[in-house]
Design a protein around this ligand. Sequence first.
Ligand code: GDP
Ligand code: ZN
Length: 459
Amino acid sequence: MMTRKLPIIAVATASGKGGVGVIRISGPDLAELTTILLQKSLEPRQAKLLSFRDADGSVIDQLIAIYFIGPASFTGEDVLELQCHGGPHLLALVMKRCLELGKDKGLVIAEPGEFTLRAYLNDKIDLAQAEAIADLIDAQSEAAVRGAARSLQGAFSADVDGLIEEITQLRILVESTLDFPEEEIEFLENAQAKQRLQAVSAKLSSLRENAKQGKLLRDGVQLVLAGAPNVGKSSLLNRLAGEEVAIVTPIAGTTRDRIKESIHIDGIPMHIIDTAGLRETDDLVESKGIERSWEAIRLADLVIFLKDPNSNQTDELIDGDLKSQILKELPPKCPVLEVINKADLLAPELKKTAHEETLFISAKTGEGVDGLKRKILEIIGWSGSQEGAILARRRHLDCLERAAEHLKKSEVFAANGNISLELFAEELRLAQDHLGQITGKLLPDDLLGKIFSQFCIGK
Ligand code: GDP
Ligand code: ZN
C-alpha cells in the first residue's frame, strides 16, 4: 500500500450536478500551496468567499474556501476545502487549474480512498471506522445508515478494544505465572482465570450476534424465487416490493438487472433472483444477466419454491429440468421454503387438511404475505431489532469467529486437569491477534490495500 506524503486533490461530492460541489485537498503542509492556489492566505477554520481565476485572469467560480490545520482535520494533515458550484465541468476546470498551480508543490489527484487512508494512518480513525465511512456512504437503507453511524462513532471498535484489553489482562496474569510452574494451578484459581475467560467469551459471542445482525443489514440476503411458469412469481415479487419499489429504482447510469430485484423486508435488503429469467436466450446482454443469476444462486441464502395447487403442473415442469438444476447449484445447507400461492382460489377445507407448517399465500389479495415475510426473516436469523446492530462486514465476522475459536481452545487448556499454561497463553494471544485485525492494530499488509481500494475517489 502506497503511503505517499504528497498533497492530494479530488472532488469529494458525488458526480453530477448539484448546488454545491466540494473539492478537497490534503497534505502535510498546505500553507504555501493555499496561497499559490487562492492568491491569499486563509485564517484556519474561517469560511472565505473568493473568486477563483483561470490562467488568463478570468473568474471560473465564486467559491468558499476553508482551511483546516492538521492534526485537527479529517485526514489529520492540513486540509483545504473548496466549496464550488456543483457542475461537473466547472469542478473539472477548477481541478485542472489547481493541478497546474500546485504542480511545483507536488499536487496530485488522490487515489480511491486515499483521504480516508490518511485519516487511518494518522490515527484519526481505526480500520473499522474507515470501513464504516464507506458503508455509511453506500448504505442502502435507513437502518444501514444508523448501523454504519454507530460503527463510525466507534461503538464497534470500543467493544473490540474492550475485549482485547480483558484478554491482555488475562495474558499478563498467565504469563506472569509461567515462571513458577508449581504454583500455576493455584494461582489461576485464586485469580479466577476461568471465570474471567468465560466472561470474555460471553461478551465476544454477544458481539458476534450484533455483528451478524449488522451483516444482514449491510449485505442483505440472496433469495431465489423459483416455480413453474404462471405460478405467480412476478406477482409475489410485486407484492413483496409493495411501496418500497420506489426506493430501489436503479442508480442513474446503471442498467437494471432484468431478473434481479432488490427490495427490503423489515429493513433487510433482499436480492431476489426470479428464475423465470433463467431461460436460454440468444441475446448477449440477457445471457450475461443469466450468468450473474446463476452466480447468485450459487450464493443463495434461501430458496422459495412457489406452487399453484390449482394447476396440474408439477414441480418438475419448472421449465423442464430447471428445478433440479437449481437444487444442484445451491450452496450446501441452503434452506428451501415451499409456498402455495393462489390461496384465494382454494377451498378452505383444503387448507385445513394441509400440514400446519404449509405456507398458503395469495399474491393477488395479499393473504398470508406478512406470514411469509416473518418466515423469511426467521430463516435468515434476523432478530427483528436494529438496536445495537453494527454494520459489520464478512471480514469482521471472520475475525470474530476466529477469535472465538481460539478462546474456546484456551478454555479447554484452562479447564484441563494437567493444565498447560503455555498453550493457554498462546491461544489467548491468537484470539487477541484476530480481534486486533478488526480495528487494524494488527493487520497483514496486503489487506490494507484491498480494503481501501474498494473506496471511490474523493473519499
Ligand atoms: P409467473 O409466471 O410465475 O411470474 O406468474 P405471474 O405472476 O405472471 O402470474 C401468472 C398469473 O397468475 C397472472 O394472471 C396473475 O394475475 C395470476 N396470479 C398470480 N398470483 C395469484 C394469486 O394469488 N391468486 C390468483 N387468483 N391469481 C394469481
Ligand atoms: Zn487463528
